[in-house]
Ligand binder design. Structure first.
Ligand code: C2O
Length: 547
C-alpha cells in the first residue's frame, strides 16, 4: 500500500461562467478540484491550507474513517473549522472500500465550488468484477450560481425563504452548449468506436436530484456509492446529491457526436428549480465531421430525459439496485429507529418582517423527529466528547417521533413547529441498527437524500405512503440489498436501512440537499464502547483546529 501526500490550498481565483467572471473559492485554483486516485489500502495525507476568507473544513464523502472521526470533516461535528491563514492535515487509510467517492467542503455552502472526485481502485493484483474498461471518466454533476453561493446562503438564512436556485447545472464544472457563452468550453469526451468506457458519475450539486442520460447509448449500472451492484442496463439514471453511480457505456453507435445531459428531477410541489439542461459531448474520434473541422459538423443528438416530476422513473431506478450476491445484513435488530424527515414552517410574530419571507410570512425549517438540528459554536461535538466538556450537546434524540400522525396525509398546522436542539442518539458499539426514514407531507413531500457519515448501510426496503411496521418488514430484502452511504426517501414514502454500529465516534446523518441541511434536517449518532469507551477511537491529531 502507498501513502499519497497532497497539499490542498483553499483559495479564491477568478472563474468565468455564463459570460461573467467571479471570484470563486477553489482548491489549488482548480474548479472542480483535483481528482484523488488511490488504491484500497492506501493512506491519504492531505494538508488543507486555508488561504480563503471563510472558515473551511473538508469531508471525504463515503470514506468510513474507522476509529478516526477526526478526519471526517463536518464543521462543529468532528472538528472546529480551519480559520483563514491556518491549516489542518487530514490523514486516513482506505479500509476495504473501492469505487467512486468524492470530497467536498463541509462548512456553510463552500461545497458549491470546493469539491472533487475520489477514486479508489482495487488493491494491486485484483480487478473489477467486469471486463476492464478501455477508459474511465469522472463525471461531476454540479450547480453554478451567478452570485457567490455563500451570499445566496446568507440571504436565505436572513429571510427564511428558499435560497435562490442555481443559474446552471454543470458537467465537470461547465454548463455546456445549451447555456449562454458556454459553447466553446463544453466538455468533450473522445471515444474510439467499439470501446467500452466507465463513467464515474457523481452528483456534487447542492440542492438538486438529477436525471442523466447519453443520447442513443445504453448505460450498464455496475456500482453505486463505492459498492458494486448487480449489473443492469438502462437508458437513464437518477442521482441525488451525495450519491455516485458507475456505469459502463459501449461506443456502439454510428460514429458521431452525442450529448450526455443532466436535468432536474424535482418532486417538491412548491420548490422552485432550474429547468435547464447541462450537456457534454461524447465524440467518436472517427466521426466524419468532428469538432476540429468546425462549424459544418451537425449538432449532437440530445438524449430523452424524463419530466422533472417523473417520480415513478426515479424511484423505480433506485429500487432496482441490488448487491451482486448475498451481503451481510443484520437480521436481529437491537435498535429499531423510526425517523420522520421533513420540512416545517415557523410562524412569525410579524409576518411582514424581512426575516419572514417564507410562505405566508413564515420561515422555513426542517427536522428529524421534530428536532431541528443546531450546530454547536463553542466546540465541535467530537472534541467536546473526547475532552469531557459538558454543555455542548445532549444525548436525548428521540428514537421515534414525539407524535404519531398520518405522516403523508393532510398534516395539521400544529405539527409544523420543530424544536431546535443539538441532540445525539447513543448507539452501543456493535449494536445492530435499523432506521426507517419516513418522509412527511408537512409543507411538501420530497425525496430527501439522507447521508450517514462513517458508515455504509444496506437499503432493505422502500415504499410509498406511511411505513407499516406490521406488514412492510416481511417484504424486506435481507439477501442482496444494495449498500450505500446516501439514500433518498421516496417522496411521500419511506426507506429502511440497516447497519452494524461498528465505528465508534460521532457521526452526522443529514439530508444532502444543502438548503435542508441549513434548515436543520440533520442529527448525529454517538457510537461508544460501554467499557473504556475512548480507547477505541484514535487520539486526535495534534494540529486539529480548536474553536
Ligand atoms: Cu457529502 Cu455531510 O456530506
Amino acid at each position: 500500500a502507498e501513502t499519497h501526500f497532497h497539499e490542498f490550498v483553499i483559495q479564491a481565483v477568478p472563474v468565468k461562467r455564463l459570460c461573467r467572471t467571479h471570484s470563486t473559492i477553489t482548491v489549488n485554483g482548480q474548479f472542480p478540484g483535483p481528482t484523488l486516485e488511490v488504491r484500497d489500502g492506501d493512506t491519504l495525507v492531505i494538508k488543507a491550507i486555508n488561504n480563503a476568507r471563510y472558515n473551511v473544513t473538508l469531508h471525504w464523502h463515503g470514506i468510513r474513517q474507522l476509529r478516526n472521526p477526526w478526519a471526517d470533516g463536518p464543521d462543529f461535528v468532528t472538528q472546529c473549522p480551519i480559520l483563514p491563514g491556518r491549516s489542518y492535515t487530514y490523514r486516513f487509510t482506505i479500509q476495504n472500500q473501492e469505487g467512486t467517492l468524492w470530497w467536498h467542503a463541509h462548512s456553510k455552502w463552500l461545497r458549491a465550488t470546493v469539491y472533487g472526485a475520489l477514486i479508489i481502485y482495487p488493491k494491486l493484483g485484483s480487478t473489477y468484477p467486469f471486463a476492464m474498461p478501455k477508459r474511465e471518466i469522472p463525471i461531476l454533476l454540479g450547480e453554478w450560481w451567478d452570485r457567490n453561493p455563500m451570499d445566496v446562503l446568507r440571504l436565505a438564512t436572513f429571510t427564511g425563504a428558499q435560497p435562490n436556485v442555481s443559474d446552471a447545472y454543470t458537467i465537470n464544472g461547465q454548463p455546456g452548449d445549451l447555456y449562454r457563452c458556454s459553447s466553446k468550453e463544453t466538455v468533450r469526451f473522445p471515444v474510439d468506436s467499439g470501446e467500452t468506457i466507465l463513467l464515474r458519475i457523481i452528483n456534487s450539486g447542492m440542492n438538486q436530484e438529477l436525471f442523466f442520460a447519453v443520447a442513443n447509448h445504453r448505460l450498464t449500472v455496475v456500482a453505486v456509492d463505492a459498492a458494486y451492484t448487480k449489473p443492469f442496463t438502462t437508458s437513464v439514471i437518477m442521482i441525488a446529491p451525495g450519491q455516485t453511480t458507475n456505469v459502463l457505456l459501449t461506443a456502439d453507435q454510428t460514429p458521431g457526436r452525442y450529448y450526455m445531459a443532466a436535468r432536474a428531477y424535482n418532486t417538491a410541489q412548491n420548490a422552485p428549480f432550474d429547468n435547464t439542461t447541462t450537456t457534454a459531448i461524447l465524440e467518436y474520434k472517427s466521426a466524419p465531421c468532428n469538432a476540429k473541422k468546425g462549424k459544418s459538423s451537425p449538432p449532437p443528438i440530445l438524449p430523452q430525459l424524463p419530466a422533472y416530476n417523473d417520480t415513478n422513473t426515479a424511484t423505480a431506478f433506485t429500487a432496482q439496485l441490488r448487491s451482486p450476491s448475498q451481503v451481510k445484513v443484520p437480521i436481529q435488530i437491537d435498535e429499531n429507529l423510526f425517523f420522520t424527515v421533513g420540512l416545517g414552517l415557523i410562524n412569525c410574530t410579524n409576518p411582514n418582517s424581512p426575516r419572514c419571507q417564507g410562505p405566508n410570512g413564515t420561515r422555513f425549517t426542517a427536522s428529524i423527529n421534530n428536532v431541528s438540528f443546531v450546530l454547536p459554536t463553542r466546540n465541535s461535538l467530537m472534541q467536546a466528547y473526547y475532552q469531557g466538556q459538558p454543555g455542548i450537546f445532549t444525548t436525548d434524540f428521540p428514537p421515534v417521533p414525539p407524535l404519531q400522525f398520518d405522516y403523508t396525509g393532510n398534516v395539521s398546522r400544529g405539527l409544523w413547529q420543530p424544536v431546535p436542539g443539538t441532540k445525539l442518539y447513543k448507539l452501543k458499539f456493535g449494536s445492530k441498527v435499523q432506521i426507517v426514514l419516513q418522509d412527511t407531507s408537512i409543507v411538501t413531500t420530497e425525496d430527501h437524500p439522507m447521508h450517514l457519515h462513517g458508515y455504509q448501510f444496506a437499503i432493505v426496503g422502500m415504499g410509498f405512503g406511511n411505513f407499516n411496521p406490521t406488514i412492510d418488514p416481511s417484504k424486506f430484502n435481507l439477501y442482496d440489498p444494495p449498500l450505500r452511504n446516501t439514500i433518498g426517501t421516496p417522496p411521500g414514502g419511506w426507506v429502511a436501512i440497516r447497519f452494524v454500529a461498528d465505528n465508534p465516534g460521532i457521526w452526522l446523518m443529514h439530508c444532502h440537499l444543502d438548503s435542508h441541511l441549513n434548515w436543520g434536517l440533520a442529527m448525529a449518532f454517538l457510537v461508544e464502547n460501554g467499557v473504556g469507551k475512548l480507547q477505541s477511537v484514535q487520539p486526535p491529531p495534534l494540529d486539529i483546529p480548536q474553536c
